[in-house]
Ligand binder design. Structure first.
Ligand code: COA
Length: 167
């Protein structure tokens, strides 16, 4: 298993394995990377993508988090696609890759959001040194297959991990 930064040619491969329909999220994340706003990390088992996470260098979209934790990039949308591949270290590898890239850029910390209904993920993050920083509501929307947008509000916590600068 390896973790790479998304390439243009990966976008359709990602859509085939993790279809996002009219949302075209892989394309959007890749375009944010091209614009310098993020780094889109993809985990691979051979030539099959198995998970992803996006480092948003400009931080969390929530004003509550931005105010409480300024200058903190966010690892957003972390996921391992297939249930049977979870619990095998892929998520940990994506988080470590994100922490390394943030430290190499000189960031003093990195954060991520976790839903109040996701204690399994919270346990993993806390084991990797993330600590709760601020409670907030993650507001996001997605389009269904008819193109109709639906808005979601997920209460949870923004967790922060302090980083050691590279020598
Ligand atoms: C959370 C997630 C990214 C972690 O990746 P992973 O490869 O499964 O995790 P690792 O193998 O590196 O670490 C294992 C730990 O992850 C957590 N975990 C494992 N399976 C999980 C699952 N289905 N859902 C949530 N957390 C899970 C547990 O804390 C586990 O540790 P434990 O075995 O001591 O309980 C992945 O399980 C996943 O995609 N879950 C569903 C989507 C999700 O919850 N995303 C996170 C949004 S904040």
């Amino acid at each position: 298993m390896e973790v790479t930064e998304c390439r243009a040619s990966d976008v359709e491969v990602l859509e085939r394995v993790d279809s996002t329909g009219p949302n075209r999220w892989h394309e959007h994340k890749y375009q944010r990377q091209v614009a310098g706003l993020s780094t889109y990390l993809v985990a691979w088992d051979g030539d099959v993508p198995v998970g992803h996470g996006e480092i948003r260098w400009d931080g969390c979209a929530s004003p509550t988090v931005l105010e409480a934790v300024p200058d903190c990039p966010e690892l957003n949308g972390l996921v391992v696609y297939r249930e049977e591949l979870r619990g095998r270290g892929i998520g940990t590898a994506l988080i470590q890759a994100a922490m390394e890239r943030a430290a190499a850029r000189g960031c003093e910390r990195i954060g991520l959001g976790v839903g109040a209904d996701n204690p399994g993920a919270a346990r993993l993050y806390e084991r990797l040194g993330f600590v709760p920083a601020v409670e907030y509501v993650d507001v996001w929307s997605m389009r269904d297959q008819h193109g109709v947008s639906h808005r979601f509000e997920d209460p949870g916590w923004f967790l922060v991990r302090e980083l050691t600068p590279p020598r």
